[in-house]
Design a protein around this ligand. Structure first.
Ligand SMILES: [Cu+2]
Length: 279
């Protein structure tokens, strides 16, 4: 019944999160209905006409004790037996050294999501704060060891389906929160911290990335797009971006990229579907 109000279950762990959500709501519904019924009963049973003088007799009965014990037990089971094991599984990070794991950096700023891919070599190039500009939002140093083939997009995150992904979150200014409801993922991006968050997308499609912390006047439009696609489509996206940004075919090593190509990237800047919006 609750499921129809929820976003699609886009990640492998989504059904577990929804299970806890459903159980918590049913428990709260039972408590609401129980307390509501009790309240109505008290209004009638202890009305002034029936009982003009307050009297404590019969108010400390066994039903009150046992219903409290039952509620505490239900909450205990929910927390210890169901919620904690699910959360424990969620705290186990994917093996980022495995080739099947996608690692992407997401750098939040007022009011955009900068996405940094390691490129064909699978290693991130250096980023330096003095290189940050409107055409180089993450301050990527193209001449650094692994930087030549890196890709940067704005508000446009692509991920391959059925593969674990680790997103390394950081922020350039204030606290933001990377929220992808369809993936049941929400993680704060805090300036000065690198916060990893991981999930395995299992549903193809496009989903909203919303900022879930009030981060300024433009908070409401800090919206990105996550595209979950097949392995082939993902590879095509990366090579199309590489053709624009690196000026060559994906797979080129840092040393093989000409200086011209690097300058072209700096001049042209990264691509993004929604563009950049700083106000
Ligand atoms: Cu934000």
């Amino acid at each position: 019944m609750i499921d129809q109000w929820l976003p699609p279950q886009g990640s492998a762990h989504a059904p577990e999160i929804d299970l806890v959500l459903r159980l918590v709501h049913w428990l709260m519904f039972a408590l609401f209905a129980g307390w509501g019924a009790y309240f109505v009963w008290v209004l009638i049973r202890f009305r002034e006409g029936r009982q003009p003088e307050p009297d404590l007799a019969d108010t400390r009965g066994r039903p009150a004790l046992w219903s409290e014990i039952a509620i505490v037990a239900a909450e205990g089971v929910l927390l210890v037996v169901i919620a904690l094991p699910i959360w424990f599984r969620q705290t186990l990070p994917p093996d980022t050294t495995a080739p099947s794991t996608t690692v992407v950096r997401v750098i939040a700023e007022q009011y955009a999501w900068n996405i940094h891919y390691p490129g064909a070599d699978g290693e991130f190039g250096e980023t330096r704060i003095e290189l940050v500009s409107s055409s180089n939002p993450v301050g990527l140093d193209r001449s650094s060891l692994h930087g030549a083939d890196d890709l940067v997009t704005i508000n446009d995150l692509h991920l391959p389906i059925n593969r674990p992904v680790e997103i390394r979150l950081s922020s350039k200014d204030v606290i933001h929160s990377f929220g992808v409801a369809a993936m049941r993922v929400k993680q704060d991006a805090v300036p000065g911290l690198l916060s990893p968050v991981w999930f395995t997308p299992v549903l193809a499609g496009t989903f909203d990335i919303a900022c879930s912390q009030l981060c300024g006047l433009g908070h409401y439009r800090m919206k990105g797009q996550l595209t979950v696609e097949s392995e082939t489509e993902y590879a095509a996206f990366l090579s199309a971006e590489a053709a624009i940004q690196v000026g060559g075919v994906p797979g080129v090593r840092a040393s093989a990229v000409s200086h011209d190509a690097q300058e072209q990237v700096v001049a042209r800047g990264p691509t993004g579907t929604h563009g950049r919006d700083d106000q």
